[in-house]
Design a protein around this ligand. Sequence first.
Ligand code: PEP
Ligand code: MN
Length: 337
Amino acid sequence: MIIVLKPGTSEEERERIVGTIEDAGLSPHVLIGKERTVIAVIGDERKLQQQTLSAIPGVEKALPILSPYKLVSREFKKEDTIIDVDGVKIGGGQIVMMAGPCSVETQDLLSGIASEVKAAGASILRGGAFKPRTSPYSFQGLGEEGLEFLAAAKKQTGLPVITEIMDPRDMPMIIKHADIIQIGARNMQNFRLLSEAGKQNKPVMLKRGLSATIKEFLLSAEYILSEGNDQVMLCERGIRTFETATRNTLDLSAIPVLKKLTHLPIIVDPSHAVGKTSLIPAMAKAAVAAGADGLMIEVHSNPMEAFCDGDQAMLPHDFKSLVVDLKRVAAAVDRSI
Ligand code: PEP
Ligand code: MN
C-alpha cells in the first residue's frame, strides 16, 4: 500500500509512521516529493491495521497499490526517475548514447573506440569483461583485466563505463570499476544477482530477458528496488519470436507501455535486437521516436576481427553519422541528444 502523508508533516511524525510500519514487520520506502511525501509499505499488509494507520498524526490516507510490482510503479512514483552517472543524466529530457564494443579485447582497441564514440556524441562507454556466451567454447571475456582496461579508457576519455555482471561473487570487483552495473538478458531472473545489485549504491541497467513479459521484467526490477537501490534503468533489447530474419524482434511497443507503468528510464539496445549492422539505424531512430531515454549501440573499429558480435558492430564513422540523424529525430519529438 501507499501511505500519503499530509502536507507539512514533520520529520518526527514521519519517523513515527516509519517506526509503526517497521514494528509490524513490514518494510517502508519513503519518497519525499516536491508536493507530497508518500511511503510505500512492502510486505504482508494484513499485519498493519488500517485504523492504527489513520490514527497516526501526519497520515492523510492509505491506498492499495494494485499492480504486482510496487516500487517501480507509476502508482508509487509519478515523476520520472533521473539517474545521475558522473554528471550524465539518464531519464531527463536528453537522450543518452551508450556505445562501445561487445567485449573488451585489448587496451589499445578499447581506448581507440572510446575516443571515437565520445567524439561522435556518446556519453557512456560500454564493454563486456564477463561475456554470457551460448557456447562454453566461445570467448568468455577478459575478466578482471577487462575491467582494468575499461577503467583506463575511462581515465583517458572521461566517459563513465557500463559493464555486465554475471555472478554475485564478482560484485566487489565490478563496482570498483563500473559506473553502471549491467544485468544481461540471460540473468534477468537471476534473483540472487538482482538482490545483490539492489544492495549496492550504484546505478543498474537491467536488460529484458529473452522471453520475458513486461510484467516479469518489472518484477525483476522490483527485486533491485526492494533491496534499497532505486537507481535502476530498464533496457529493451529484443525478444524471441518465431521470426528468424533478425536475431531477435525489437519490441518497440514496450517503450510506451513501460513509460506508462514505470517511472524508471528506458534504454533501447537495437544491436542485440536485430543482430545485423545494416538494420540498426532504422531501429535506433524508431526507438528515439517512440520515447526511449537512451540507446546502447555496439561499435567496433574492426568488426570482421571482433571477438564477439562482429555482425552487429557499427564502424565508428557510421555511428557518428547515425548520431547526426538521431539528433533530428530527437528534435522532432521535443527531445535532444
Ligand atoms: C550485451 O549487452 O553485451 C549483451 C550480452 O546483451 P544481452 O544481455 O541483451 O544479450
Ligand atoms: Mn554483444
